[in-house]
Write a protein that binds this ligand. Sequence first.
Ligand SMILES: Cc1cc2nc3c(=O)[nH]c(=O)nc-3n(C[C@H](O)[C@H](O)[C@H](O)COP(=O)(O)O)c2cc1C
Length: 302
Amino acid sequence: MKPDIYTQVGSIRLERPTMLASGILGISLDVFARLYQAGAGALVTKSLSKEPWEGYVNPTVIGVEAGYLNAVGLSNPGAPYFAKMISSNKTIPIIVSLVGSVEEDFTFMIKQFEDAKILGYELNLSCPHVEKVGLEVGDDPELVKKIVKSVKSKSKVPVIAKVGLGSSDYLDTVQAACEAGIDAITAINTLRAMAIDVETARPILSNKIGGLSGPAIKPIAVRCVYEISSKFNIPIIGCGGISDWKDAIEFIFAGSSAVQIGSVIGEKWIGVFSEINDGISKYMEKKRFSKISEMVGIAKRF
Ligand SMILES: Cc1cc2nc3c(=O)[nH]c(=O)nc-3n(C[C@H](O)[C@H](O)[C@H](O)COP(=O)(O)O)c2cc1C
């Protein structure tokens, strides 16, 4: 019998374990529908703020060795606009990514999505290149606790915290989120990095510093998933440099119940979802696993 590749991230059930990572094509309902048909188990939106944000001027995304460097500046149309745009959604499993500085930002945004059909929220506590949000929030466990508690008390759907590597210990952020009742953790976001043009001596990105994604960060992301899963009893979504089914399996063995796919979409386009899903299914058949949950975290046995 062909293995079933559904997975359970806490109370969230996904028909397939591959999700679209935030910020990668996550801006319209039509695109979400296409990606869902292409095999994505869930779609995480671009991180949304209370008001529209313009983001930085170009260049904002460049290719580097084994990945990409981006400082888009979280440009987005704002939560109220986005909530209206997805109001006709009935069937697509959308996870809304939110970014803000204080509890009130999140409370305001959640109110916008009260009537929307969404699967959950992902709180971006880890964007590495915009001031006063993202990592600056994630680096402050007390603030994380406050925000998560407040969001959890108002949200009707599960809430996920997306963590990354900032200037404090990211495991303290995970602990704060867990203590405040978070439903799952996504790990990790991009890592602070930069590139300089040797002809002009200028930093290439307009913001100078950006976030590194792609294969270069995969071993770091695997390590983080493994550490979180070793220390906490919380469902994890792995993210960072996943390019094929083997990478996805590696994250599952480290402790992820699902994985997010980002930068590789720039190379393999949206066929990558079914390619990875098929690869996972064939691997499970060959190794006689009947459910994803049988594989989650088994690297911790050794
Ligand atoms: C162009 C670009 C924009 C991104 N925007 C967001 C965002 O809005 N919110 C967020 O949480 N992560 C954002 N990310 C990070 C990705 O969701 C993901 O965590 C990261 O790229 C690592 O995965 P990957 O190596 O598969 O790309 C962005 C990444 C890229 C490359």
